[in-house]
Design a protein around this ligand. Structure first.
Ligand SMILES: [Zn+2]
Length: 308
């Protein structure tokens, strides 16, 4: 079986302003790297559908979802928070990103693909039950997790989040839901200034000091994530796949390299094999150095295609 690669041209139409680091160029650089790599032939390509209001309200408050539909502008930009804005096509882009995560779960659950990568934007993991934040409008992994728990006989879902920023929106949505575990590594102290003091037996928050490199990162994952996953025994694994912990990323200060993202992916596929019959769905979050984002995503997908 192949790995699903799910995207949509609408993901290029969300533009916050000309200089914003969360730009359409991110998707283009990833697609260029994938198309020119041998992994291309091991992928099955899908267009992301639009998520529905009903699917979004599994993870988000209905009032919040409705407010986003209502704010979608015909022209110009509408600011949602200090870091996030919507243009005329942003609603479609974020609905495609959530729709990709839902399609990915359906393809994996039906056994049509072995795992899936959603190449979409805007990212999602800072979006909470009733708020946008940090470039995120709707929380795609959270929508996928709720889709799994609602439409399949799945009782436990784990989310691994290796974005350099804490997945505070995901924590907000699942803090009180015993069916979901979040395993999140993040630079601290750093945006969004949450997570360091809110660890529970399901919210496995691992703050990392600026400058943390391969050795410290890998040790934290093995020492902290492994016992938690062994205890929780997830049935499906979701990944909030951010690549902004790369040493050259312009927005953050960790010191990971492309090999570390390949290692993290290998770790994740091993956990998925151990607990989840290999069922793994990965959604793009951050990563703002175009070249290293593309190389890191290509390395991530290569490991997904090689997993058994
Ligand atoms: Zn990030």
């Amino acid at each position: 079986m192949k790995t699903a690669f799910i995207s949509h041209p609408d993901t290029l139409l969300h533009v916050m302003d000309g200089q914003h680091p969360e730009s359409p160029a991110r998707i283009n650089s990833i697609k260029q790297a994938v198309m020119h790599s041998p992994i291309h032939k091991n992928l099955q390509y899908f267009d992301a559908p639009l998520a529905t209001r009903q699917q979004l309200t599994l993870a988000h408050q209905a009032e919040y979802v409705d407010s986003i539909y209502a704010k979608s502008p015909k022209a110009g930009l509408v600011r949602l928070d200090a870091d996030t804005a919507m243009g005329p096509h942003s609603l479609e882009a974020t609905l495609r990103a959530s729709g990709a995560a839902i399609l990915a779960t359906d393809l994996v659950m039906r056994g049509q693909v072995k795992n899936a990568f959603c190449c979409t934007r805007p990212p999602g993991h800072h979006a909470g039950q009733k708020n946008s934040a940090g470039f995120c409008i709707f929380n795609h992994v959270a929508v996928a997790a709720m889709h799994l728990l609602t439409h399949y006989t799945i009782k436990r879902v784990a989310i691994i989040d290796f974005d350099v920023h804490h997945g505070d929106g995901t924590e907000d949505i699942f803090r009180d839901n015993p069916a979901v575990m979040l395993c999140s590594t993040f630079q601290h102290p750093f945006y969004p200034h949450k997570g360091a003091n809110t660890r529970t037996d399901r919210m496995i928050n691992i703050p990392l000091k600026a400058g943390t490199d391969s050795v410290g990162f890998r040790k934290s994952v093995v020492d902290e994530f492994t016992p938690a996953l062994n205890r929780f025994k997830p049935e499906v694994l979701l990944i909030s796949a951010g690549f902004d912990a790369h040493s050259q990323d312009p927005l953050a200060n960790l010191a990971l390299e492309v090999d570390d993202f390949a290692w993290m992916t290998q770790y994740s596929t091993e956990q998925a094999s151990k607990f989840c019959r290999g069922r793994l769905i990965s959604c793009l979050e951050g990563g703002y150095h175009l070249q290293y984002l593309a190389e890191s995503v290509a390395a991530h997908i290569k490991v997904l295609t090689e997993s058994t």
